[in-house]
Design a protein around this ligand. Structure first.
Ligand code: SF4
Length: 64
């Protein structure tokens, strides 16, 4: 099971991750990232990997 890790000091609330994996990530009205599923399902992993790669500040990581 893979687990999403967020470096809150790095996240700038750009919403890139939400655009790529909207079921997993959401930037709330205050610009704070909410992770709906810290352990995404297999069917979500490709989108989550794309989001990890695309984050402009490298705030996301996927740990096994
Ligand atoms: S893409 Fe990165 S900086 Fe943007 S909201 Fe997601 S975690 Fe934060």
């Amino acid at each position: 099971m893979s687990r999403i890790e967020v470096d809150r000091d790095r996240c700038v609330g750009s919403g890139t991750c939400e655009a790529l994996a909207p079921d997993v990530f959401e930037v709330d009205d205050d610009g704070v990232l909410v992770v709906h599923r810290e352990e995404p399902g297999e069917e979500e992993l490709d989108d989550v990997r794309d989001a990890v790669q695309a984050c402009p500040t490298r705030a996301l990581a996927l740990a096994d």
